[in-house]
Design a protein around this ligand. Structure first.
Ligand code: G3P
Ligand code: CA
Length: 315
């Protein structure tokens, strides 16, 4: 009798969970179905990591907008892919004498290092003209400015870039990220249903620190590049990854070269989010939309990082 009353209740609960979280469609709770992440914003069409690129990504219905994070001399998180400023700003013109060579990630890196500039100096830079003169005046955004811009309209997807580099000069990058998220009330899963948060890193140590030492409960994605393929993208390593991450984010070539990685990850309860899909690097008879479609619906990945969110195939 009790069983006959409980069974319908459990069924109803399962249906509710399915409807709310999309569980059962992809089995990975950090996503609600197939998901598109705007890589550095809609960076095929606007200068990466600027307000223009983030705003366009939202207009193109990105589920998440990505922020690569660096740390300024005065300890502020800013949205920039590179450790140095010269590729995407006019820093050479504004601060001509400030380039120097530093040992970074096992090599000498010459340039205008973000960590040599205060936020006040960085805000003087033009981050738009390099891409197209019509974007002149776009600025490097702080992480806080990125949150303010995206919040309520899409999720945010910060990446701890080179946390070991910043650790070596006295910055605790993971702490800085979590402090900003906590200040915004975004440091717990589901805190703002309109602004889900996923954190990513190429550094297993950075993710382990957040998951195990800091007690971070937000979904963490372990990015894997070709260099670390043989170390991590093996069936027997998936269980270990699951101890510190909710999913893997391999370079897309690693997935197409070994599609069984998707099955191994899913069997371990890990999502799969390959990078980076962009127009112009497909075979002549394929488009970026075709390529994303193949990965999502044939290879079975859960989400994609793309420079072209408008080309995301919504089946
Ligand atoms: O974070 C996913 C993808 O962005 C990794 O590559 O070098 O563009 O940060 P990268
Ligand atoms: Ca990134």
């Amino acid at each position: 009798m009790v069983t006959t009353r409980i069974a319908p209740a459990l069924l109803a609960l399962s249906v509710l969970v399915f409807l709310v979280f999309g569980l059962g469609t992809d089995g990975h709770a950090q996503y609600r179905g197939k998901t598109v992440i705007a890589h550095r914003g809609a960076s095929a069409y606007a200068p990466e990591h600027t307000a223009a690129a983030y705003t366009l990504a939202i207009e193109q219905r990105a589920d998440y907008v990505e922020q690569d994070l660096q740390v300024t001399k005065d300890g502020q998180l800013v949205c920039l892919h590179d450790l140095t400023l010269e590729r995407t700003t006019n820093v050479k013109d504004v601060f001509p004498g400030r380039s120097r060579t530093l040992r970074r990630e096992g090599r000498d890196l010459t340039g205008w290092h973000v960590s040599d500039f205060t936020l006040a100096e960085i805000t003087q830079l033009d981050a738009g003209s390099w891409f197209d003169p019509k974007f002149k005046g776009e600025k490097i955004l702080t992480f806080q400015e990125a949150i303010d811009l995206v919040r309520g309209k899409a999720g945010i997807y910060p990446e701890t870039k080179a946390p070991e580099v910043y650790g070596s000069i006295g910055f605790d990058m993971e702490k800085l990220v979590m402090e900003v998220l906590a200040k915004n009330g975004l440091d717990k899963p589901g805190a703002d249903p309109n602004t889900p948060v996923v954190i990513q890193s190429f550094s297993a140590e950075s993710l382990k620190k957040m998951a195990k030492d800091m007690g971070v409960t937000l979904p963490l994605i372990f990015l894997v590049t070709d260099r670390d393929r043989d170390t991590w993208l093996a069936k027997e390593r998936m269980g270990e990854i699951k101890t510190f991450a909710a999913g893997i984010g391999p370079a897309k070539e690693l997935i197409s070269g070994k599609p069984e990685i998707v099955t191994w990850a899913h069997e371990a309860g890990l999502s799969v989010t390959p990078y980076t899909f962009r127009s112009g690097n497909q075979p002549a008879d394929r488009t970026v939309r075709d390529e994303m479609h193949d990965f999502l619906y044939t290879l079975g990945v859960d989400a994609v990082f793309t420079d072209n969110p408008d080309q995301f195939p919504r089946k």
